[in-house]
Design a protein around this ligand. Structure first.
Ligand code: GUN
Length: 292
């Protein structure tokens, strides 16, 4: 069994990006600039956004954090988005999700300039991705594909079972895995909460991508020997004995599923760090496309 070490691979990617940034600087070019908009004080979102901003600084990108209060109106947020669209100093930006309930998420994501949409959430980018056209690929699925690639995991002709149909992970990863090309060509089954007899499907899987957010959901009896398991779940479980008052766990019963798996991602230290690395990669791509 081999652990798919997202932390290690993401550090490699960040080192590669740092080299590219240093070369940009040496040529006297502007370095990539990522902005992040965070509305409210959701604990997990604060952690993610903080981590994204710190990673930028580490590799030599510029970063801007726009932290707005929970009470921000949709109109005010749309104004911020408009300003970011106009600001030629910003190469790419993200609006951290989830947004407060009084704001229409779709309306906000539609307002983002697709050329700066480094999350790849705008329909123009999502549509291009589905049609194999150049676009921004959402960071989490992009990170999963990159992790499989860097560990030389062959997906061609394999049965990949995706659990969860979210717009951020399940839906896009099912598209990417089914695409033509050396790094994909999988046969994909996209399963979700209404799927009947999920276990009958997961036991057939060569590759399982679980993006559900339910701790310990995927058990040993649901997988076959030699399966590749990608755990996208990140759930905070309250635990008073921990310093932070919680611990992080994935969707997979790691202890038991890892006994049957050929490859498996840990949580934390698997897909999470890859997401950040690929967001940075998208920001560099945005900078290069703006230069071109
Ligand atoms: N919330 C959870 N994951 C993500 C992500 O990849 N991007 C944004 N903007 N918000 C998120």
């Amino acid at each position: 069994m081999e652990i798919l070490d997202g932390k290690k691979v993401s550090n490699q990617i960040k080192e590669e990006l740092a080299v590219e940034v240093a070369q940009m600087k040496a040529r006297g070019e502007k370095v990539p600039h990522l902005a992040a908009v965070l509305v409210g004080n959701d604990g997990a979102s604060l952690t993610y956004v903080g981590s994204k901003v710190r990673s930028c600084e580490k590799i030599g990108f510029e970063s801007t954090l726009i932290h707005l209060p929970e009470e921000t109106t949709e109109e005010e947020l749309l104004k911020q988005v408009e300003n970011l669209n106009k600001n030629t100093d910003i190469d790419g930006y993200i609006v951290q999700l989830p947004l407060p309930k009084h704001i229409d998420e779709q309306k906000v994501l539609m307002a983002v300039d697709p050329d700066k949409d480094v999350d790849g959430f705008h329909p123009a980018n999502f549509g291009k991705m589905a049609l194999d056209m150049e676009s921004f690929i959402p960071a989490t699925p992009f990170g999963i594909m990159e992790l499989l690639r860097r560990y030389n995991i062959d997906t061609e002709g394999k049965h990949a079972v995706v659990i969860g149909r979210s717009h951020i992970v399940g839906r896009p990863i099912s598209i990417l895995l089914s695409q033509k090309g050396k790094a994909a060509n999988a046969t994909v089954t996209l399963t979700h909460s209404r799927t009947k007899d999920l276990k009958a499907i997961t036991v057939q899987a060569d590759i399982i991508i679980s993006a559900l957010g339910v701790p310990n959901f995927l058990k040993e009896d649901m997988v076959k020997e030699g399966v590749v398991v990608i755990d996208v779940g990140i759930t905070r479980v309250p635990d008073e004995t921990r310093k932070r008052g919680y611990y992080i766990t994935g969707d997979v019963d790691f202890e038991n599923v890892s006994k049957k798996a050929s490859h498996i991602t840990p949580v934390p230290g698997g897909v999470g760090p890859m997401t950040i690395a690929m967001l940075l990669k998208n920001t560099l791509l945005a900078r290069e496309r703006h230069n071109a």
